[in-house]
Write a protein of this length. Structure first.
Length: 394
């Protein structure tokens, strides 16, 4: 039986091993993207707290932003952090993908948040092998290769664990340690076997969760398995196409309404929410709605949603995260378990190490396989450490 799984492990790994190495190594580089970006641009995220001075209201900040940026930009959302030493973040209707940092005490524009090209390239490699689809959700060759490789990775990991299982206590001890005194062949073999075991669970979770972004059929099955039914991201044909005439008219009507945004109403909503949430991680205001992250220490997104009157700012309804349908939560759960953010810094460190190991496993596997083939051609006796399956199936 182990010989059968050893062949599966080998012949599935050979064609996709290089792709898996790229996916894992680029994934590892993205684990701490936010932390690295914030550390390199601390002046955009941190502010000095003046003595005996409170933060400006949303309408005051909007006026300050307009004075410094002109009337060409229309404020779409404003995020206040629960930490008084953090800057406010603003987005605009004309630039939905850019975020502006503002000092909440003085209204001074600190600058646009930066996105480094290194991380952008790593993300494109990780998700699409640089072959990004023309639009969100569309297919591409790179996306298909990543999806198929990840699916095969699940079988590679499971088959590797099956052939890893030792028969004796002495063999168990050997497979849990990395020897550094028995030559390079033994070192690379132990690295492949022992580190593969330690990273197995993390890599399996990463692979299983990532498939929800690669295949619609898998996403539907995964959501149904966890009681979420159809994907929460499914859109109606009219809204997805963007060519429906009535939808276009509604959009134009919304645009006219948005141009008359009453930012003083945001002041009232913000003040009421601060009373309802004495401690919070962030409050993000937009026209008629507010997103509240109530737990300052939470690593996962568990936002409450408040609807308020866009004219008076009176809070009309609050929907708590715990009351949301499970389908609305599943995407966040899958993302958190894919990236390791569900447990904070500790789990992110573990995911980073597991992804690094995952990137080296195909390389050490290739090396061991090539050493075995070269030994066969030369007629030399093949050491057990030359092939991952040689020792595992004994």
């Amino acid at each position: 039986m182990k010989r059968f799984f050893a062949k599966i492990h080998l012949w599935l790994s050979i064609p996709v091993g290089l792709f898996l190495a790229i996916i894992c190594l680029t994934g590892a580089s993205l684990v701490f993207e936010q932390e690295i970006t914030r550390a390199l641009n601390g002046d955009l995220y941190q502010v000095e707290v003046p003595r005996d001075q409170s933060r400006l209201t949303p309408s005051q900040l909007e006026a300050c932003i307009r004075k410094q940026t002109g009337d060409s930009l229309t404020l779409a959302s404003l995020q206040y952090a629960g930490n008084p030493e953090e800057a406010c973040l603003a987005t605009f209707r004309q630039l939905p993908r850019k975020t502006l940092s503002i000092d909440p005490y003085t209204g001074e524009v600190k600058g646009w948040l930066k996105s480094y090209s290194f991380f952008q390239t790593m993300r494109k490699l990780h998700r699409w092998l640089l072959d990004a689809p023309a639009q969100k959700g569309a297919s591409s060759t790179g996306k298909l290769i990543v999806g198929v490789s990840t699916l095969l990775m699940v079988f590679i990991l499971i088959s590797g664990m099956v052939i890893w299982v030792p028969r004796t206590r002495k063999a168990l001890k050997n497979r849990l340690n990395v020897s550094v005194r028995k030559g390079w062949r033994r070192f690379w073999y132990d690295t492949h076997v022992a580190l593969g075991f330690y990273s197995f669970l993390f890599l399996l979770v990463m692979a299983l969760t990532s498939l929800t972004w690669s295949f619609r059929w898998y996403r539907t099955a995964a959501y149904s398995l966890f009681g979420g039914g159809q994907s929460a991201q499914a859109a109606s044909p009219a809204s997805a196409s963007g060519h429906d005439s009535s939808g276009k008219k509604n959009q134009e009507g919304k645009e006219r309404k948005r141009k008359q945004t009453n930012y003083i109403a945001w002041d009232q909503a913000w003040q009421e929410l601060q009373i309802s949430y004495p401690e919070y991680k962030s409050i993000t205001l937009s026209n008629g709605t507010a997103q509240i992250a109530p737990d300052p220490s939470a690593s996962m997104r568990r936002n409450d949603t408040a609807g308020f009157d866009p004219n008076s700012g009176e809070i009309i309804q609050v929907t708590h995260y715990k009351d949301l349908p499970r389908a609305n939560k599943l995407k966040g759960w899958f993302y958190a378990f894919h990236t390791g953010s569900w447990g904070g810094t500790i789990t992110k460190v573990l995911y980073f190490l597991a992804a690094l190991i995952g990137g080296t496993l195909p390389l050490t596997g290739y090396w061991l396989w090539l050493k075995k083939k070269s030994s066969c051609r030369s007629g030399k006796r093949i050491p057990a450490t030359d092939c991952p399956s040689a020792l595992k199936i004994r």
